[in-house]
Unconditional design. Structure first.
Length: 420
């Protein structure tokens, strides 16, 4: 009787579409994974003090991790296409947890580079791109909305994890704080990753909960190979835009709290600015993805870059806590919209067949920007003891990214795959 019931299409449609469980799992993985990574600004002062390090050298810890968790996608994406996202994501969460725990035991800054940089970098790199690819296969019509919900965990993590880290540091010390974060990632991250499923066909379903298509040309799995995608004008344009935009997009996650403290704002208040980025980012990921589905996801992507450029310009001249809060909320909104929509744009243009691999190659541009941007901003500050130049450069970089998307949309031949 159970077999009959499970094969009945009416019964199957009555259940909650499993794609939403995949989205929820991706949400939890990004919440604890990226939430822990974005607590780094809370640890900057402690690392500077304990290791006698400059702000630039401490900032390089985050930049190294960021370079890896975006850059490793070029390997983890194709592996997920071949072996399945669940296995790769579970391994990634275990690596991230181990990196946090070992960072808390580090005796030199080089050991922090190795533990945090490699652990968080490789761990999130193994998890992020595969789970994004998995979400794209479960949706077509609501792809932007689903992607937004999946990565909104980053926004919520940015909201709740830095204050948690600051509280742990104040109460127990930075080493114990890293231990708690590592245990949290091991429990929540690994448990959520175990719920990931790569393809709706595994459960007798089609994208968006429709009836499964058995033909090889099913829109859920058609698309270009990685090599074919990389040769297109659209891929080149996206790559250049991501590289330019990411040079500035990750600077606030390292330098906003130190900037605020330098402007005589108490550390307990300064860390709230990261929470404000999280609030804006969560709103952007939850609500803007659906808007992008209606207005056009390419146009929306350019608008997000313009928005980040404008908000970074506000930061460049901000001197009070109120203005910094305005910046943090606005930046978070546009940053969240950018992260939410980028995987959907990739799937739109190149299809879902090799989407994890394509996203992985594309995100090497973000890896380079993350490696260079925050650390360069730190060394610029060390040289001038002023943040205006690196923040202004970050704003200009995102304006360039927006212009590149507009130019690509106007000049490139359309190659949209799997868009209703």
């Amino acid at each position: 009787m159970a077999n009959v019931a499970s094969s009945d299409p009416t019964v199957r449609r009555a259940r909650i579409f499993y794609g939403w469980f995949v989205v929820a799992a991706a949400f939890a993985v990004t919440l604890v994974g990226f939430g822990s990574a974005y607590t780094f600004s809370s640890f900057v002062a402690s690392l500077e003090k304990d290791f006698g390090a400059s702000r630039g050298s401490v900032s390089l810890v985050f930049s190294l991790a960021g370079f890896l968790y975006f850059g490793v996608g070029v390997i983890s994406g194709p592996l997920a296409d071949r072996w399945g996202a669940r296995r790769i994501a579970i391994a990634g969460m275990l690596l991230a947890a181990l990196g946090l725990i070992l960072a808390g035991r580090a005796r030199t800054l080089m050991e922090v580079y190795a533990a945090y940089g490699l652990g968080i970098g490789l761990g999130l790199g193994c998890a992020f791109v595969p789970i994004l690819g998995a979400v794209q296969r479960w949706f077509v019509k609501r792809r932007g909305f689903a992607s937004g919900l999946a990565v909104s965990g980053i926004g919520v993590g940015t909201l709740v994890m830095p204050p948690l880290a600051t509280t742990l540091i104040a109460g127990f010390g930075w080493r114990e704080a890293y231990l708690v974060l590592g245990v949290l990632v091991a429990i929540v991250g690994v448990g959520a990753a175990a719920l990931i499923d790569d393809d709706p066909r595994h459960r007798g379903l089609g994208p968006d909960g429709s009836a499964p298509e058995t033909a090889p040309s099913s829109r859920s799995v058609e698309g270009l190979s990685v090599k074919e995608a990389a040769r297109t004008t659209w891929f080149v344009g996206l790559y250049a835009a991501c590289l330019a935009g990411s040079l500035g997009a990750f600077v606030p996650f390292v330098h906003l709290v130190p900037y605020a403290v330098d402007h005589k704002i108490e550390p307990t208040m300064a860390v709230l600015l990261l929470g404000a980025i999280g609030v804006g980012s969560t709103i952007g990921r939850f609500f803007l993805g659906g808007i992008a589905d209606r207005m056009g996801r390419d146009v929306f992507l350019a608008a997000m870059y313009f928005g980040m450029a404008g908000s970074l310009a506000i930061w460049a001249v901000a001197g009070s806590f109120l203005v910094l809060i305005v910046f943090a909320l606005a930046f978070g909104l546009f940053y969240g919209g950018w992260v939410a929509i980028l995987p959907a744009v990739v799937a739109d243009h190149f299809g879902a067949r090799r989407v994890s691999g394509i996203i992985g190659v594309l995100y090497t541009s973000v890896a380079i920007g993350t490696l260079v941007g925050p650390s360069a901003a730190g060394f610029m500050f060390d040289a001038s003891h002023n943040y205006f130049v690196p923040i202004a450069a970050s704003a200009i970089a995102n304006a360039v990214a927006a212009a590149l998307i507009v130019m690509t949309a106007r000049s490139a031949s359309p190659i949209r795959v799997g868009v209703p």
